[in-house]
Structures are given as C-alpha cells and as structure tokens.
Ligand binder design. Sequence first.
Ligand SMILES: Nc1ncnc2c1ncn2[C@@H]1O[C@H](COP(=O)(O)OP(=O)(O)OP(=O)(O)O)[C@@H](O)[C@H]1O
Ligand SMILES: [Mg+2]
Length: 415
Amino acid sequence: MSSTTLDLEATGGPSDAPASPASPASPTLAPARTLRDIFPPVYKTHILNCSYPKWHTKYRSLTPKTRIIPLDDTFVSYLRADGIVLPSDEDQITSLDTDSEDEEEDSDDEEGTPQLDPCVLFPEIHQKIKDTIHELGGKVAPKLNWSSPKDATFMTANTVECRKPGDIYLLFKSSDFITHDLEHAYDECIDEGVPAPEEQPELEQANIPYGLVLRKWFKINPSMEFRCFVRGRRLLAVSQRELNHFEFLEDMKRELVYCIKEFFDENLRYTFPDGDFVFDCYIPMTEAERKKVWLIDINPFAPRTDPLLFSWVELLELPFDGDEAEGRGRYPELRLVKKGDPEAYSFATPQYSTSKLPQEVVQAGLEGEEAIWEFAKRWKDIVGQMEAKDKKAEDDKKVEDDKKVEDDEKAEERK
Ligand SMILES: Nc1ncnc2c1ncn2[C@@H]1O[C@H](COP(=O)(O)OP(=O)(O)OP(=O)(O)O)[C@@H](O)[C@H]1O
Ligand SMILES: [Mg+2]
C-alpha cells in the first residue's frame, strides 16, 4: 500500500519518462508535508462509490460476468473471527485458532469448533456460493467490496482462482486486504460534509452492506491490464498494471491509449458519481477482440490506491481543469515499464511485503490442495516461528545498536 510520507526528491516516478507537455512548474513543497496534505479531500462517499456492489449495478455490461452475494452479519463475523474453520462438506474440518493459548481445551468445548463450520453457521450463503461458482463455469475470482485477497495467494498455489467456497474462505481469512475492507474501509476519510448517519447509514463502518463479488474466471494476460487515473472527469494518465517489461507493448502504445480513452469517454466519464477516481481495465490480446475493453475495478482517487509507475505527487501536479473541449481531445500519457527498469523500481522484491513468508509456506501453496489443508493445520506453528524470528532479529539489532552507541561514546571520550 502507498506510503503517506512525501519523499520530496521522488516526485517523478521513472526518471526518463516524458513529462506531460502541459505540466506546470512543480510547486515547492515544505518538507514536513505529507501526501494527505496535498490530496483533494477523500470523503466517505468517494470510498462507498468505489465499492464493487455499488458501482457494478450501473456498469454490469462492462465487466466480466459477475454475481454478487449479499453477506449477513454471521458471515462477516466468521470472516472477522480468529482461526480458520473450513466447511465440513468439502474436506475434513480444519480448525485453527491463531490466538488461543490452549487449543486442545478449546476443541473439546461444546461452544467451539463445530459451530464455526460454515455449513452450520451460514448454510444458505454457503450453498449460494457453491451454486454461483457452478453457474459461472466452476472457477471464480472473488473479492469483497473493495479488495481481492491477492496478498494471500500463497495459500492457493499462487492464484486467486477459486473452485469451491472453502477456497474463498481460506483466502479471505488469510488476507490483510480483506481485513482492511472489514475494519478500516473509511480510515483517513474526511467526515466533513458527510450526510447524517440516518440519511446514509452505510457511511458508518458498522453499517457497510458487504457483498461477496464472484467474477467468472478467465485467463487474463497481465501485460494487458492498465490502471487509469481520472481527475476532474479527465483521463490524466494510464499505467501498465503488471510491473514487468513487455517489449510488444511499446508498438501498441497509440492504439492502447486510443482504446482506453474512447472507453472512458463513452462509458465512465460523465456517469461515475465522482469526478476523481481510478479505474482498472483489461484489453483482450487478439485484435478482433480488442474493440472490447473490460472494466475490472474502480478504486478511490486516494493515497491507498497504488499509483504504480507514477507517483501520487506527479499525478496531483498534472493539470486537470480548463477548457472542456480541450480536455476531451487530450490524450493521457501511457507509461510502460522499460527494458532494464526492474532494478530501478525494486521490482525484484516481492509485491506484498506484508505477506512475505518462509519458502516452506509458499511451497505448501504450490503443492496443491492437500498441502494447503496440511499447511492450514500448521498455521499456528508457522506464525509463532515467524514472530520468534522477527523478535530475535529485533533483539539482535538492538544489541548491535547499543554496542554502536557504546563504541561511539568510548571513541568520543578518547578524543
Ligand atoms: N474475472 C477474472 N478472472 C481472472 N482474473 C481476474 C478476474 N478479475 C480480476 N482478476 C485478476 O485479479 C486481479 C485483482 O483484481 P482487482 O483489481 O479486482 O483486485 P484489487 O484488490 O481491487 O486490486 P488493487 O488493490 O490493485 O486495486 C486483477 O488485476 C486481475 O489480474
Ligand atoms: Mg482495486
């Protein structure tokens, strides 16, 4: 996720990227300012408008086939609860209580595990998910209102493809991004100007109507996914989404920008409730299919959205108002990863550092289903080991730091 502290040197993303021709002189920013200080205010309504169940009703025809299952409090509490209990109708129940000190005792408890079985806890939703996966051809890409569990794919052979409800539960319960949707959806929003709670109750975290978004799985070619930044109803910039170099994209640049701009002008520009937003789209590979641009997601124009090959500072510096006709005709910059860029962008490091895991854990995900269940059972041990490792590293660092301070003091005394 994006950092909110400004690095004043790093206003430009890739150093060799062409600057926007109409870009005004960069404003000088005082060092203590943060990204939030220079952002247009992010209201709760902006976040709500980017909730998939909210926007999808309007843009249904632009997305891959999708079904949304409304989630009740029981389901949401199941997602929030510690530990993972998977459905008994898929495999043996696997129960984990990541917080409990005495797991043995808990599993004997009548109030314990069986009641957390999804088949018992929310049989109707569980059945609906099963039926919907079937209806969508047997494979889905799931997400909650805002996030997909991309950071938890070490659990599922490195993919968000799900074939049964248990796959979805496992991914959702292991994902920090899903937790963010459940606990912090409106964090860092400005309350000012928000309608009274009785007017729009869903603007309170506790009243968010959650929906399980199930998208028919199709084989996406990651080179053709793009993130598009819109401010003041103007398409300002487009970034390649997958941060790898794809040589052929360079030759397609003009065509891609044209397709995306046309898609935006025709479908989103005047219909999305806010003037500022970020949409993700996919352009099929074959020329015959390319006429159809798919809408994958809509994200808030806010620091929490990853600006990918741009920096938020440079996006915020781009001119976004002015003559309407001129705005319609102006084409955005499409920024691609250039050959040799990876080092410059630190792409070598894993994308979701919060989910960095030991190799054995990743391996469990890669070995398929059985290994995943097995791994789920070992979860508690693994978390314990990782915490112990982190603690040791921290202690070692402290000893080292103390020693350095001591040495410095001694050196100072000798002077
Ligand atoms: N129907 C689908 N079939 C296969 N893969 C899909 C499908 N829909 C989305 N994906 C893949 O899942 C990825 C993540 O989806 P999505 O953009 O909805 O997640 P997100 O959590 O909102 O991501 P971000 O945090 O970057 O906004 C997409 O980039 C795409 O590669
Ligand atoms: Mg998104």
